[in-house]
Design a protein around this ligand. Sequence first.
Ligand code: ADP
Length: 330
Amino acid sequence: MNKFDTNKLKKIAVFTSGGDAPGMNAAIRATVRMAIYKNLEVFGIYQGYQGMLDNQIEPLNLGSMANVIQRGGTVLKAGRCQNFLKPEFRKIAAQNLKVQGIDGLICIGGDGSFRGAKALWDEHQIPIVGVPGTIDNDINGSEYTIGFDTAVNTAMEAIDKIRDTAASHDRLFIVEVMGRNTGYIAIEVGLAGGAEEVIFPENPFNLEKVINKIQHGIDRGKKSSILVTAEGDKPGYAYDLAEQLKQKANFDAKVCILGHVQRGGSPTALDRMIASRLAAQAVLSLLDGNCNHMIALQGTSYVNVSFDEAIQKKPFTYKGLLDLVDILSQ
Ligand code: ADP
């Protein structure tokens, strides 16, 4: 975390970057309204870092944020910008911000977006505070990220529906959820949805164990089972697993890949509340002269965590939940 001189701080801008997540609109709204409450002018940058390069920068006011808190996605648009990986393009972005008189930024996004934010501070001393927004919950230093709770609830509701048909037809289902290289969505959905087994990148996969678990269920009269897998770095992996189960144990598994439905929809109350609090705190922290950090949720506290720490790999701390899935689904 760094300090900067807040004397000049009159205009700030907010942007969303990387993948969209339900609750980002609540975070934009909280940024805009807290900034105006604190007598700052506030701008929206559209399309993330691409908009910074293309000058897609518009003033926002109290009315711009009417009726957005309940909407999924992001009204500022999100997205990826390959050029921003290059210093010469970051220089253009910094110049554009300077011309507009913008001297502080709130970045709502994931670890990639924070890498870009850190580079803007390191190279051009543009003060930025981050707000962790990604359905994957994979930001180091924060227990929750915006969108995670909605994604978990969406996937859980889907599993509840699949369970109805699984039970009616005595079927084995493999449900693949999102989560990139982490199993946070998978493990919470697995526990909340009553899955027999949860398979994800941090949980080394053991085919024998999965087969024994399913067989044990069949032996005690269980008619249907649900396995939850995380997409990992290979979406569609659930089909490989179904194939392996067929070859090794002659189990017929149906596959359901939930995909992008988990990114959409109206955010849950928890996501709206966390988003509002993280973003409001981000504006206050910027006004205190803090930058090059994100606001993180730790326990019930909203704390500052440097971008350096936020971009490290998040250690997986859900071992206890995994054991519980096993015990409760025996
Ligand atoms: P997320 O923020 O959800 O992790 P990405 O990893 O796609 O999403 O990052 C979003 C954007 O942040 C990228 O398209 C790029 O513009 C910028 N970015 C990512 N990594 C870096 C980096 N190392 N240096 C500068 N900008 C980066």
